[in-house]
Design a protein around this ligand. Structure first.
Ligand code: FAD
Length: 379
């Protein structure tokens, strides 16, 4: 069995793990990222992300990649439309370029981080199966039979982290919201009416317990989340190899909606993806344990209704990296300082995400969200 020793092992080449590796590299500190996927292109990376000035953008500055990030910004995409199920426009804003949350493609952002790392920093095809305490550190055991012992292991391995059980028995819980994710490609050419409903940026078409969340992407496709409050078993009742049947089931949930909005469901391409929305308890924290910590969703999975997850993931990566730089050889002090600030920061964001879920799918939807967008209510 191949067994090596590294100082800092990061599990997961998502936004959190890659930002940590990059910030460490900027300061001359080596780390190794172990990622289960076979290559950088093994999986489609999903839709757009709005990158917040005080978290995601700050992390990119620390990573020395802010100007490259600006070059990726999808101009015009901060525009927002809120509709009710009758296709009545309740709120519209335009992207005048002065917003604090520019939109970028998640795949391009991840590629920016990946390309900034020295060759060999990311080891692909390394699925973590188990972790064991070993002397002063921990040993990571991978599915390919190899193992690595590290002084510090960092879990940036997402919602179902294999490292989290070392620190806490708490698991993510289903929030009650299920998504079917879909796309309408070449929307301007093939379905211009759908493109017009979504507009230049984000669409929130909402009613109590269900809604259509959409976004126009930089390549002209429409990216849609068809959202329903449903039992956790609901998505499992659908056969996702039969997109037509899935659309029929969804249309039954949107039967009273205006034809213009139902068309967004009808015209989705074949590749529909089921997604349960889970979250860790708000305010979740753990007792510090030497030699191991978590970043991003592994630490504080939350629902996406405040758009904070990816931003916090990057901020965590940068914050831990900077703490390790500041504390020098005292890795334990660095991790303690990082965790204390991260727990407070993520609790605030998780409360916003909970509030966002209630605004999007509560009895008053979509009016509460309109109040927030129009500045009558703070979130
Ligand atoms: C539908 C949806 C929409 C969202 N929209 C937004 C949004 O608009 N804005 C926003 O800020 N956030 C959004 N989020 C949240 C955001 O996607 C996450 O918070 C963010 O991706 C977390 O980054 P991460 O690096 O912590 O984890 P991830 O991005 O999940 O990365 C984890 C990495 O670890 C790897 N991995 C997992 N297990 C192992 C293992 N055992 N061994 C090795 N590697 C492993 C994975 O392959 C992956 O590459 C959304 C989430 C969802 C579900």
């Amino acid at each position: 069995m191949f067994h090596e020793q590294v100082r800092i092992a990061i599990v997961g080449a998502g936004l959190s793990g890659l930002t940590l590796a990059r910030v460490l590299q900027v300061h001359g500190i080596a780390s190794t990222v172990f990622e289960l996927e076979a290559s950088p292109t093994a999986r489609q990376q999903g839709g757009q992300l709005d990158i917040h000035h005080d978290t995601g953008q700050e992390a990119l500055r620390e990573a020395g990649l802010y100007d490259d990030f600006l070059a990726l910004v999808h101009r015009g995409a901060e525009a927002t439309r809120v509709l009710d199920p009758h296709n009545t426009l309740l709120h519209a804003s335009h992207d005048d370029g002065a917003g604090q949350r520019p939109e970028v493609d998640r795949g391009q952002l991840r590629a920016l981080l990946l390309d900034s790392l020295h060759d060999g920093t990311v080891r692909w095809g390394k699925k973590l199966l188990a972790v064991t305490p070993t002397g002063a550190g921990h040993t990571l055991h991978f599915a390919d039979g190899s193992a690595v012992t590290a002084d510090l292991v960092v879990g940036g391995d997402g919602a179902w982290s294999r490292l989290r059980p070392l620190l806490t028995a708490v698991k993510p819980a289903y929030t009650g919201i299920s998504f079917v994710e879909g796309r309408i490609r070449q929307a301007d050419e093939k379905h211009p009416a759908c493109a017009a409903v979504v507009g230049r940026g984000a669409l929130f078409a909402l009613a109590p317990d269900h809604g259509i969340l959409g976004h126009r992407e930089h390549d002209g496709s429409l990216h849609l989340y068809l959202a329903v409050r449903a039992p956790e078993s609901w998505l499992g009742t659908m056969d996702f190899s039969d997109a037509s049947a899935v659309r029929t089931t969804l249309l039954a949930r949107f039967s009273s909606w205006a034809p213009e909005l139902r068309a967004l469901v009808q015209h989705t391409d074949e590749d529909l993806i089921p997604r349960h929305i889970h979250a860790l308890p708000t305010g979740h924290r753990w007792e510090h344990r030497a030699g191991v910590t978590l970043l991003g969703d592994a630490a504080h999975l939350m629902s996406p209704f405040a758009g904070e997850g990816a931003n916090l993931a990057m901020f965590d990566g940068a914050a831990l990296g900077l703490a390790l730089v500041r504390h020098g050889d005292d890795v334990d002090a660095a991790v303690r300082a990082y965790e204390a600030a991260m727990f407070d920061r993520s609790e605030v964001a998780a409360r916003k995400s909970e509030a966002g879920l209630a605004l999007c799918f509560g009895a008053d939807a979509p009016h509460g969200l309109v109040d927030v967008f129009e500045g009558r209510v703070a979130m």
